[in-house]
Design a protein around this ligand. Structure first.
Ligand SMILES: [Zn+2]
Ligand SMILES: [Zn+2]
Length: 172
């Protein structure tokens, strides 16, 4: 969906719609859409600046990086962006201190779909986890570890502790 900067109405543009992205559009390799993304966006032009402010919701399925179990990842994020024309991109350095998320538009147009997709990808955690305390899979028996236990009850910390004790004994 392309926004023509020169045709933006004075009072701004309100867009509320769903966006059909493909799973391959997502930066997270194992992410799958459970519900398509929906964005509620306000586009406003102030001089040569274009302000895009809005809310983005979606429901995805991620795969936990520790236990490899799929889990639901709901997204409800807000964003507040300022776009400047590319002619002043050379002045970028001067803008760096600015708190705002400054971007640039080219050819007097902004691809709203691309903006929404980028914002969606920015909400992803660097390492997806089903829960913060997920203990993952045992390297020995391959089963899920719960409360530090699995069917073979091997604790990863034990060999390390033993090495440390031997090391300390040798030092004495
Ligand atoms: Zn997990
Ligand atoms: Zn085990």
């Amino acid at each position: 969906m392309l926004i023509d900067i020169d045709r933006l109405p004075k009072e701004g543009l309100h867009v509320s719609r769903g966006f059909d992205f493909l799973n391959v559009d997502l930066v997270e390799e194992n992410a799958v859409f459970l519900e398509p993304a929906h964005a509620d966006v306000e586009v406003r032009k102030i001089g040569d600046e274009v302000w895009i402010k809005g809310r983005l919701t979606a429901r995805l399925s991620f795969v936990c990086s520790r236990c490899l179990t799929p889990y639901e990842f709901p997204i409800d994020s807000r964003f507040d962006l300022v776009f400047l024309p590319d002619e002043i991109e050379t002045a970028k350095d001067e803008l760096e201190d600015d708190e705002m998320d400054t971007m640039f538009y080219y050819d007097r147009r902004i691809d709203l779909r691309a903006v929404i997709l980028e914002q969606l990808n920015l909400t992803f955690p660097p390492k997806p986890l089903c829960t913060e305390s997920c203990e993952g899979i045992c390297a020995v028996c391959g089963e899920l570890i719960r409360d530090g236990r699995c069917s073979c009850q091997v604790k990863e910390s034990e060999p390390g502790m033993l090495d440390l004790k031997i090391f300390m004994k040798d030092k004495r």
